[in-house]
Design a protein. Structure first.
Lengths: 292, 226
């Protein structure tokens, strides 16, 4: 169990913002931190890693206190036993893929390094330097390297943001596989709803430094009061007026585009960029007597 | 005459090699401090380090002579307690030369470190690696071209140093007389033939050093690194 209760004043491009977060994460859970850019997601991840010091608060992981402003405790990143995946992957350019992973392994155990290389399908370019790898390959190396230390907490900072749609899906599977295989508690920063749906068991929404909602992705992203049989989440890409109706284009995930017809009254509250729920009640169950 | 020529070249090389070696040892931690420290008085330290770039060498040489002089407390203390006399000695010139060469070593190293993404350092920390392991295994190998630039530049600059050496060391053959001073002396005495030989050697060394700098920095704009 990880208990986080911290406060940190940040100076961002939008001015001063106070990151104020209190949350609990169960062991072995995969949690997504979701929210718009500038909400404080990465800062929160860096605070957990010990790369940024909060102004006040307390972080405990199991029975160990990682940070406590009142007790003057601030564990170094080196002492936190974490795996951190950076947005730019931060692979060491002077080392080959294998050396990157071996460097991360605490006891330099050749067999375990070999196993990690095999698990993430890195064998054929194990002797290559990071500069000769594609974005997806780099991501897999970064993931393997972060796991080499057998961390009790994995922190993934928008690991898939730089990749194209096809690559995303396959690497989402890698992250999912890593989570099942190694069982580390994982916190994933994302601003992609479909990614959160695919990977996370729990989502924590962060906006302007505050938690706005938390729960399962289905619960957080769906309005359960609507008893639709079919519902998808998406983001409004465009609202076009055609004669007396409007066509709202909603993009869900990375592939699906849904066009919804709406009347003027319907679009009053809709704006481009809004996160919306598209649902239909067209598939209502019918009932008919067969025998009496 | 031939032996004096070789002796002068040897003093020149000895000074340049010792200065560069000492500066590598001092310069690396110093550049690390300047690159990453959030110390409030850092601009002051950076300004002091860069002073040799703008001050005439004779000014710095003059201050060194004053500091070494037994008339003042530092020189007096050196002579009385340690029995060392630094003025007009090789060691005295070496100390002045190290201080004078500091920006040529520190600036390329500092720029090299600042050019690396912060996440490299942070990644090593999150992998449980100490600051020194991170420095020697990650940072240093990734600023190799800056290290080569710094070493070549410091060496080449030291080979050509004139003002500070003549102020602090005078021109004592076999002790503090270096090639650049010898050229001046020989021209004064109309020995153009010997002056010519010295000049050629200095020209060749500088040319080789700068070629090294440019070839290791093919991908970068070299003078930005300095």
């Amino acid at each position: 169990m990880i208990q986080i209760d911290i406060e940190k004043t940040m100076i961002s491009s939008q001015g001063r913002m106070v990151l104020e977060v209190g949350m609990q994460i169960t062991s072995r859970e995969l949690v997504a931190l979701f929210g718009p850019s500038g909400a404080g997601k990465t800062t929160l991840l860096r605070i957990l890693a010990g790369l940024i010091k909060p102004d006040k608060g307390r972080i405990t992981v199991g029975s160990t206190v990682w940070f406590d402003s009142s007790g003057n405790i601030d564990l170094l990143p080196q002492k936190r036993n974490i795996g951190y995946m950076f947005q730019d992957y931060a692979l060491f350019p002077n080392m080959t893929v294998e050396e990157n992973i071996r460097f991360a392994h605490p006891s330099n155990n050749r067999k375990e390094v070999r196993d990690l290389i095999e698990t993430f399908g890195l064998a054929e370019f194990a002797k290559r330097k990071p500069s000769g790898l594609s974005g997806g390959q780099k991501q897999r190396v970064a993931l393997a390297r972060a796991l080499a230390r057998k961390p009790s907490l994995m922190l993934l900072d928008e690991p898939l943001s730089a990749l194209d749609a096809g690559m995303r899906i396959s690497l989402q599977n890698e992250i999912s596989k890593a989570h099942h295989l190694f069982g580390a508690t994982t916190i994933l920063v994302s601003h992609d709803m479909s990614e959160v749906f695919r990977l996370a068991g729990k989502v924590i929404c962060l906006e302007n430094g505050k938690i706005t909602s938390t729960g399962s992705p289905e619960k957080v992203f769906s309005d359960t009061s609507i008893s639709g049989k079919f519902q998808i989440n998406g983001q409004i890409a465009r609202i076009e007026k055609q004669d007396i109706i409007n066509i709202v284009t909603v993009v869900t995930g990375h592939h699906i585009v849904v066009k919804v017809i709406a009347l003027d009254a319907d679009i009053e509250n809709l704006h481009e960029g809004d996160h919306v729920l598209v649902f239909t009640k067209a598939f209502n169950p019918m009932i008919k007597v067969l025998h009496r | 005459m031939n032996s004096e020529f070789l002796e002068t070249l040897w003093v020149t090389l000895k000074l340049a090699i010792s200065t560069t070696a000492i500066l590598v040892i001092i310069g690396l931690p110093f550049a690390y401090f300047l690159a990453y420290s959030k110390f409030k008085l850092k601009p002051l330290i950076e300004a002091l380090v860069s002073m040799p770039l703008v001050l005439p060498p004779t000014v710095i040489g003059y201050y060194f002579l004053v500091a070494y002089s037994p008339k003042y407390w530092f020189g007096h203390w050196l002579g009385e307690t340690l029995g060392i006399k630094l003025a007009f000695s090789f060691t005295g010139v070496l100390i002045a030369s190290v201080l004078f060469g500091l920006p040529f070593m520190v600036q390329p190293l500092q720029n090299g470190l600042l050019g690396l993404s912060d996440s490299l350092r942070e990644a090593a920390y999150t992998l449980g690696k100490s600051k020194s392991v991170t420095f020697f295994r990650i940072l240093l190998p990734n600023i190799k071209s800056s290290v080569i630039t710094a070493v070549a530049l410091t060496f080449a600059h030291c080979i050509g140093e004139f003002g500070i050496v003549i102020m602090v060391g005078g021109s004592i053959p076999g002790k503090t007389k270096v090639a650049s001073i010898a050229i001046f002396d020989e021209v004064q005495s109309m020995n153009l033939d010997i002056a010519n030989r010295y000049a050629f050697v200095l020209f060749a060394i500088s040319f080789v050093m700068l070629t090294i700098i440019y070839s290791v920095n093919k991908k970068h704009e070299t003078w930005k690194m300095i």
